[in-house]
Design a protein. Sequence first.
Length: 423
Amino acid sequence: MDSCERLRSRGPKTRLLAAAVLGNVCEFFDFTSYAFFAVMIGRAFFPSESPHGSLLLSLAVFGVGFITRPLGSVLIGRYADRAGRRPALLLTIVLMAAGTLMIAVTPTYQTIGVVAPLVIITARLLQGAALGGEFGPATVYLFEVATEGKRGLWTSWQPASQGLATVLAGTLGVILARSLSNQQLMDWGWRVPFFLGLAIVPIGLYLRHNLPETLVRSKGENRALPGDAGSLRLGLKLQVSIFAQIGFGTIAIYLSSYLATFSMQSLGLAPTVAFYSAIAAGGSVFVGCLLGGWASDKVSPHLVIAIPRWIIIFTAIPMFSIVAESRDLRALMCLSIALPFLAMVSGGASFAAMIGALPRDGRSAGLGTPYALVVALLGGTAQFVVTTLVVMTGDNSAPAYYLIAICMLSLVTLPWLKRRIAE
């Protein structure tokens, strides 16, 4: 009986689940809070002659975090596949805590001058590396400690925790916006989410410090895919399939974020709509992921992956067209909820399938690196691409075509994932 089998057969499972998930909730909460309070952070650290200039500089620094996500996923993923899942999970939460602490306590530009934005940039680099390195090891750990027949559900908790973090960050944003004046938010209120995020860190560190390790290699275990020509082609196809599966979910989620921007630009709604839209989308991600993971344990996971995507292919254009033509808030909210829900029912089922297709000592890097690269390349450019499509075509439903294209690619490459699992 290997270490994973022993873990599955003993001990309270809730603690293992909480240790893996709580850290991701904390890290994604801190990462998302920066985006929600970008206006206040911009004015505090990036002075400009216009408020728009400060906001753009703040958002540019938010984007800096995406640059280090692939680097973090590669380095920490490899570390997890060599030293173990537990030390990697401890490292990511320490890096995120360091970045969050720097944002929470750094004095403003008016107090310490140019040092302030430099500290914030460094903090974002640390947060990006932590978030990039977190996803692979944490998701793989849940897969490895789950009992047979519950791997889909347990693994789906990791992406679901990102939805939960978005709900928490959005809810806190609404509470602060309603409780404090604009001046109080500008002066100190925006720091509250980061201090709250830091308060969770000791709990996460304690839980992760006591995690049992799952990476114990048996003699003769393959360290990589076989090296013959046929296997190399299979390995390449597997990587393309993993990129496509993650790419679909990424585009769907970031298009949901685009809907909040669309609501303010085209419908003239108040900025607080972005908070409510984020809460709704985060709730959809949370429920959809867990439902998809649970369903994949009951029926063929590839059916659970494929069916929601076919629904999106046939309904995306009508849904976007209705929202664009009616300019109705109810239609917008329905799409904001339905799109991430369908995408994450499919996505919740896909992570266990992807991990199961990878060799044990290549799982963390094999999942985490494609995830971070896709989020950086596709997620970081999604709003720019869809806005450009709308401007070039004059069609407000143009984002649907972008979504359908990546959805079709994920379905075409899905059999490559299935074939590797069968072997």
